[in-house]
Design a protein around this ligand. Structure first.
Ligand code: CA
Length: 233
């Protein structure tokens, strides 16, 4: 019996492709590879992988187009692989339904952690027949959604309604990066277009949650992209 997870690796640089696939196989994943966007789309359809690692710079088409096409019919978790400094590209990919992104060059442990998180997410969504958990704990941070209480080290944190909403949104997407636009739309609705409000709220949240707000542990800034609540500390 083979119950290893199957990863579709889309990468046109052979050396990188071989390197990543060796790591994945070594960590007990099955791997199929595509060098072109067209092949990626057909392999995604024919093999239904558990996760796709998608390089955005492909020879025949833009990785963003591959993402869009696959999202028309599938919720397979997709982690976008992008070059450093291409923040707009990452934001676009996330807004189009990518689950996460990783920036080249990346470390092995970071890659594996992102894969585990994305797979865990999609399995959680699939199992969503049973009721959503009403509590979450990350390190010393505890959130009780029913009682609307947030505690750090057993001390209740006093939050404004907006701050609470932001924390709930991030914690329900724990491990996942949410873009500025996405957070603002979810919290304030479609008509606000003001990064500053979010930034101010986030600064206040960090002051209340974090031991050292300058080096946050619970909510990480993804520069130029958004925020991520970590899923383990
Ligand atoms: Ca490439």
């Amino acid at each position: 019996m083979n119950n290893k997870l199957l990863i579709l690796l889309v990468e046109d640089e052979i050396a990188i492709c071989n390197f990543i696939s060796t790591i994945l196989i070594h960590h007990d994943y099955n791997v199929i590879k595509a060098e072109k966007g067209k092949d990626a789309i057909s392999l995604a359809a024919s093999h239904c992988p558990d996760l796709i690692l998608l390089d955005l710079g492909l020879p025949d088409m833009d990785g963003i187009e591959v993402l869009k096409t696959i999202r028309e019919w599938s919720n397979i978790p997709i982690i976008v692989v992008s070059a450093r400094g291409h923040e707009r590209e990452k934001v676009e990919a996330l807004d189009l339904g990518a689950d996460d992104y990783i920036t080249k060059p990346f470390g092995t442990s970071e890659l594996l952690a992102r894969i585990r998180t994305a797979v865990r997410h999609s399995q959680k969504i699939q199992e969503d027949n049973h009721p959503e958990s009403d509590k979450i704990s990350i390190g010393n941070l505890h959130i009780d959604y029913n009682k609307r209480i947030v505690k750090v080290e057993d001390k209740e944190v006093h939050l404004t309604p907006i701050e609470y909403k932001i924390i709930v949104l991030l914690s329900k997407n724990v491990g996942k990066v949410l873009t500025h636009d996405y957070i603002m739309k979810e919290i304030w609705g479609p008509y606000i277009n003001d990064n500053q409000t979010l930034r101010v709220n986030m600064a206040n949240i960090r002051r209340k949650l974090e031991k050292n707000p300058a080096e946050p542990k619970y909510i990480i800034t993804e520069v130029g992209v958004g925020y991520r609540m970590v899923d383990e500390i």
